[in-house]
Design a protein. Structure first.
Length: 153
């Protein structure tokens, strides 16, 4: 499976926000959105990834981009994870049906039944402007990839 390609209109999807409300493709319109797909809350690699991205958040959001973390963890686990780390990155749950949004973005790792490590940047028009899929779920995409991709758009 490959990650959704730049130039592709974002598919219909539904994720759960931490407060239980829905986050859909309509929420992407009018702003640049960075969706960071990661495997598991509280895992060492994901912990490091979100901490690094949080430190770079002022640079990532300087021109108005909004960054979200997406995993197949339940919303309450994601909230606890975010609070434990002390990071401001809003978390979106792809728990039920498990991985449905990640599958539609090409960011699901079927062999392990979890979200793969991927980044998808969506432009204000609802089309993908940049995407990246890690070689495997253990590889952390450097924050410079996001910053460079945002600068190029």
């Amino acid at each position: 499976m490959s990650v959704i390609a730049p130039g592709t209109k974002v598919p219909a999807f539904s994720l759960a926000r931490e407060d239980g409300s829905k986050f859909t493709e309509a929420d992407l319109i009018g702003q640049t959105t960075v969706l960071v797909f990661y495997p598991f809350a509280f895992s060492p690699v994901c912990t490091n990834q979100l901490q690094v991205y949080s430190e770079a958040l002022p640079e990532i959001t300087a021109d108005g981009a909004v960054l979200y973390g997406v995993s197949t963890d339940a919303s309450f686990s994601q909230s606890a994870f975010r609070e434990h780390l002390g990071v401001p990155i809003e978390q979106l749950s792809d728990f039920e049906p498990k991985g449905a949004a990640a599958k539609s973005f090409g960011a699901y790792f079927e062999p392990a039944g979890m979200t793969n490590r991927a980044i998808v940047i969506v432009g204000p028009d609802g089309c993908v402007s940049w995407s990246h899929l890690a070689d495997n779920p253990g590889d952390t995409p450097g924050v410079n990839l996001i910053i460079d991709a945002l600068s190029a758009n």
